[in-house]
Design a protein around this ligand. Sequence first.
Ligand SMILES: O=C(O)C(=O)[C@H](O)CO
Ligand SMILES: [Mg+2]
Length: 268
Amino acid sequence: MPAFAANLTMMFTEWAFLDRFDAAAEAGFTAVEYLFPYDHPPEAIAARLERNRLTQALFNLPPGDWAAGERGLAALPDRFDAVRAGVERALDYAGATGCTRLHLMAGLADRADPAARASYVRAVEHAAGRLAEKGIDLLLEPINGRDMPGYFLNDFAEAETLIATLGLANLRLQFDVYHRQILHGDVTMALRRLMPMIGHIQIAGVPSRHEPDGEELNYPFLFAELDRLGYAGFVGCEYRPRAGTVEGLGWGLGWLTPGLGRAGFFPG
Ligand SMILES: O=C(O)C(=O)[C@H](O)CO
Ligand SMILES: [Mg+2]
């Protein structure tokens, strides 16, 4: 049975960020992920995890100036100092929350540009080295260009080659099924082949990025396939609910156990 993590950037947005932890636990989740924790003190996040007995499955290293359009800094040749500082900042949060997986976003850059490639490899090696000292995995995620035009890492084969070539024990693939389906399809065969290097999985309906309950992909089959493959990590629910997070959890009946969290949290 897959272990699902609620993505608190996309789900439970009816609540303020810190209250989303309570709501996710109440809905039956035992783990959470989100893009960025940096607007809140690490201790505040740790307290929400602890009181809800939630595992922090994943978050991203600082991406640069998100509001100004930056989507990571790793492939930007003149931003290595910021990457280095971001690694230290993320490690503070990982230490406080017990998180053992961090995603390094590549940034907007041309994959064919040798300077961008060199910068990306340098950033990945640096981040992986620092995280290894703390027993934390570094994740790389190919992202489709429709959602993120101009994103540097937009190809699964590229990520696979890089991870295999660098051969770093804590460098792993973040396999977002939504991006995989849009970029290349052939989801099941890719899961089977890439499983040894997969460190985290994310899901959403394709093409809407709503609940994983239909459209192009047969998620019940994929969840059973993850069990057949012995996947023991988390499956991050990185989708935008169509109309209400709790109302849209029908797809998870049988996997989630609503009510295990703080009793009476939901109003009404
Ligand atoms: O977009 C995604 O799929 C992600 O997982 C990211 O962390 C960043 O946007
Ligand atoms: Mg993702």
